[in-house]
Each structure stands twice: as C-alpha cells, then as structure tokens.
Design a protein around this ligand. Structure first.
Ligand code: EPU
Length: 335
C-alpha cells in the first residue's frame, strides 16, 4: 500500500476543487484493505473510501484518511450458454470493464459506456445511463467488513438497488470496503434501446455491441463534458420523484416537461429541464458554472473552491423551489 500525508484532493476527484486531506492510502489488494481496516480504522478517525472520485465534491478540507482501493483485474468466473459471470477488481476503471465486456461479446454493460469512475463504486449508487443500471448486471459483491476485518460476499438481492441508491448509501454506509464486484452478463445479443435518443442514433435493426457503444458515446459527448477537460461530477442533482397528481398538474401547465412514470403514485421529473426553465443553463456564479449543453451538470470553470460550488448549488435549489415547489437533492456526494 502507499500512504501520503497532507495530500491535495484536487487530483483525487473529478470536480478538482482546491481542498486537501490529512492522509491518503492506496490499497492494491484485499490484504492491503484488511490491513488498513485493522491498523487505521478502529478508532474515531474520520475516513472516506473513494474510487475514481467522479461523484464527489469536496467543499472543505477532509480532516481524516481517504482510502483508494486500486484493486485491478477482470476474470471469468464461469461460462454458461445463457450467461457468463465476470469478477472485476474495485479499482478497474468502469469504462475499461465495459470495453472488456464488449471485446468478450458479453451483453449488459454497453449502454453504460463512458460513465466515469471505478467498478467498486458502481454498486454503491447503482450507476446508470441510457436505460441500464449497474444493479441490473451485478450478481454479487466481495468486501471487507470494517468492524471485524472479515471478508464477506453479499448477493445482489440484498443490496436493494434503486434509482441511484443502494443499502451501501444507507444503513451500510461505512460498514464495508468493496474489493470486487461480480457481474452476470448475457452471452446472447440483447440490445436495450429503450432510451429514445439512443435508438435514434442507431441505424441498424440488430446493432452490434460496438455499434451500441459508439452510439452511447456520441450521445454522451453531445451532452456531457469530459471531466479531464472541464472538471465536473456528471449530474449534480437527482431527477426528483414527486407526487403524480402534482406532476400531472405541472404537465398541463408545461406540456413540454419531460416526465417518467415511476408507479401509480409517483412521477420522476427531469431536473435538467427544471434548472433550464429557471434560466440557469450556461450561467455561472464566480468560477462555478452550469454546463451549456446540460443544465443538470455543474462545472468547475477553473480554480473553484468548494464554497463556490455550494453557493451555486444552493442558488439553483432556491430558484427551482420557488418556481416549481420542488426541492432538488444532490446526486453527487457532497463532503
Ligand atoms: N433536459 C432539458 N434541459 C437540460 C437538460 C435536460 O430540458 O439542460 C431534458 C432533456 O431534453 C430530456 C430530459 O431533460 O428530455 C432528460 O435529460 P437527459 O436525457 O440528458 O438525462 P438526465 O435525466 O438529465 C440522467 C442521468 C445521467 C444519464 C442520463 C442518460 C440522473 C441524475 N442523471 O440524466 O447520469 O447519463 O440520464 O441516461 O439520473 C450521472 O448520473 O452523473 C449521469 C450523467
């Protein structure tokens, strides 16, 4: 393992705010994780596990230990006629995992091409895009339990995957450090073209995995900024799920408002649309801005401190609340 004291957080998260932490520990295998758990996490020192740092914004110094489990490797566990089980290390870059699946002709991850971050973070907030979610293909999780240092395996059915949520974000927060994720991928072609912009971008009736990946990446590139060029953390807020009766009333007033049925009582509204309606698209407060092509994405236009991002986020929440009576909640983890 590698330990660095007084580490800048700028290079550890894609929003790249100028904050720092007391200590950063990189773990390269399960034994490193177990050792960190027993040697560093058994007192009250605050700690945080981060993967690619693509869904977190540091708004202040972190007075504690940041742990990065950079556990690599992708292996086939079992192959059947219908599906193949693949085990990937928590530190594998998510999109490298997607590319690996495509190279091995395995279906299920392709719609999630280009999502930033690491495999180990995928179950925590059930990452997703273009009609697919990580929870749809996750079979099992391997982790170290922090209280005991024990290795545990957790079946997907116990993770309670939901829209950008799982038990790892709720009652299991700070209970485990994920070391590996097992995925079940389909061996036979099963394109998922439920997302209309993706369907439109694909010409073939029986697209290949590579054609789907290329279409996903072109749709993504048309809307989402590359964090390497413009620091950001993807969608900053969740799409709010609101009472259907109120959503129907809004829809009458704003027929263009994008809505997604959740169930008989609830409707999901596109937060990007709400933010755009409030006039924020392309606007900035100091170095913190709202991306020109997708109002749900906040960006660091250069040198933003955490407080700049927080100010902008609060101003957006206030405008959406006063215009629509809907309270936006962050999708990113704000520390
Ligand atoms: N819209 C606007 N104005 C905007 C942005 C969006 O009117 O500025 C409208 C769009 O026209 C569309 C609707 O809102 O009708 C939804 O927009 P989009 O398809 O771009 O997706 P989203 O709901 O804003 C979600 C995920 C993204 C994911 C896309 C595609 C959340 C919080 N975000 O965004 O995930 O890539 O769907 O599946 O659910 C992320 O989690 O970081 C992320 C980027």
């Amino acid at each position: 393992m590698d330990i660095t004291y007084e580490k800048s957080l700028k290079e550890l998260h894609t929003f790249a705010t100028e904050e720092s932490c007391n200590c950063h520990i990189v773990c390269y295998d399960t034994n490193d994780v177990r050792q960190v758990v027993t040697d560093y996490l058994q007192d009250d020192t605050p700690y945080l596990v981060i993967g690619g740092g693509s869904d977190i914004v540091f708004t202040e110094r972190f007075n504690g230990i940041i742990i990065s489990p950079i556990i690599m490797g992708i292996d086939i566990v079992s192959e059947g006629s219908e599906s193949t089980i693949v085990r990937a290390g928590a530190g594998v870059v998510w999109d490298d995992f997607v590319k690996w699946c495509i190279a091995h002709e395995l279906w299920g991850a392709e719609n999630m091409s280009g999502i930033p971050g690491h495999v180990g973070a995928s179950p925590v907030q059930n990452v997703g895009a273009y009609g697919a979610e990580a929870g749809d293909i996750i079979k099992q999780i391997e982790a170290i339990e922090i209280a005991t240092g024990r290795s545990v395996t957790i079946p997907a059915e116990e993770c309670r995957f939901a829209y950008r949520n799982s038990r790892f974000k709720e009652e299991w927060k700070n209970r485990f450090i994920i070391t590996h994720v097992l995925f079940e991928l389909k061996s036979k072609a099963s394109p998922n073209l439920t997302y209309s912009a993706l369907k439109q971008a694909i010409n073939s009736p029986e697209p290949t995995l590579q054609e789907i990946r290329d279409a996903v990446i072109s749709v993504r590139d048309s809307k989402l900024p590359d964090p390497a060029l413009i620091p950001n953390a993807g969608s900053f807020f969740k799409n709010p799920i609101i009472d259907k009766v109120y959503a129907d009333r809004l829809k009458e007033q704003y027929p263009d408002m994008p809505v997604y049925v959740v169930n008989e009582e609830s409707t999901k509204i596109a937060a990007g649309w709400l933010i755009e309606q409030c006039g924020w698209k392309g606007k900035s407060i100091g170095p913190a801005g709202v991306y020109e092509k997708q109002a749900l994405v906040l960006v660091n236009r250069g040198g933003a401190k955490g407080a700049d991002i927080q100010n902008l986020a609060n101003a957006i929440i206030d405008s959406v609340r006063s215009r629509f009576n809907i309270t936006l909640e962050p999708e990113v983890y704000i520390y």
